[in-house]
Design a protein around this ligand. Structure first.
Ligand SMILES: Cc1cc2nc3c(=O)[nH]c(=O)nc-3n(C[C@H](O)[C@H](O)[C@H](O)COP(=O)(O)O)c2cc1C
Length: 169
């Protein structure tokens, strides 16, 4: 039994990240003992990391992450980096770093470019997980060569995500 938290940082409803996150959610839900939580950052209200930051939705999400076994970070590639929403969200996790040890991570990325060109974006996500004690990136899912909403439906990653998630027990 695992608690799995999926963080989607694409603003596009029915976009490629959205669809891959839905597949991960459905796959992880095959085991009825799993608790699967999905957080769509576009629907949340949170500020940049600031000194003396008041509590907002990022702090509520941090509690879900601290309480989880598995964290999925999903981002479209924006200018060869993660989305600004994901970067701001990660920055806001700073006060909680020491309480996010020992998690398994999955990265989901979508982009118009090909897989090898996505590596620098993957590296930017590792910037977060490498900072967390005993984190383990289990798998990176590359939604490469997709640009329009729904392109991912024809991509091997669409099935791959479901299969990976359905093995979580
Ligand atoms: C602001 C912005 C910047 C982008 N930058 C890149 C980029 O650097 N490389 C790339 O391959 N695609 C880029 N794209 C295209 C998206 O990565 C691509 O359409 C992706 O499939 C969007 O994922 P989504 O459907 O999950 O939102 C950009 C799109 C936007 C809106």
């Amino acid at each position: 039994m695992k608690k799995i938290v999926i963080v989607n940082s694409s603003p596009r409803t029915d976009g490629n990240c959205d669809l891959l996150c839905a597949q991960f959610y459905n796959g992880a839900s095959v085991n009825p003992e799993n608790e699967v939580v999905r957080i769509d950052l576009k629907d949340k209200d949170f500020d940049f990391f600031r000194e003396d930051q008041a509590e907002d939705d990022a702090d509520l999400a941090a509690r879900e992450l601290m309480d989880s076994n598995v964290i999925v970070l999903a981002t479209p590639v924006y200018f060869y980096n993660m989305s600004g929403m994901m970067k701001t969200f990660i920055d806001r996790m700073t006060p909680y770093f020491s309480r996010m040890s020992g998690k398994d991570f999955y990265f989901i990325l979508t982009a118009a470019i090909n897989r090898s060109e996505m590596e620098q974006t993957v590296d930017s996500l590792y910037g977060f997980t490498d900072s967390l004690p005993e984190s383990n990136v289990v798998k990176v899912i590359y939604g490469s060569n997709v640009s329009r909403k729904g392109d991912i439906l024809e991509h091997p990653a669409y099935q791959e995500v479901y299969e990976i998630a359905s093995k979580l027990i």
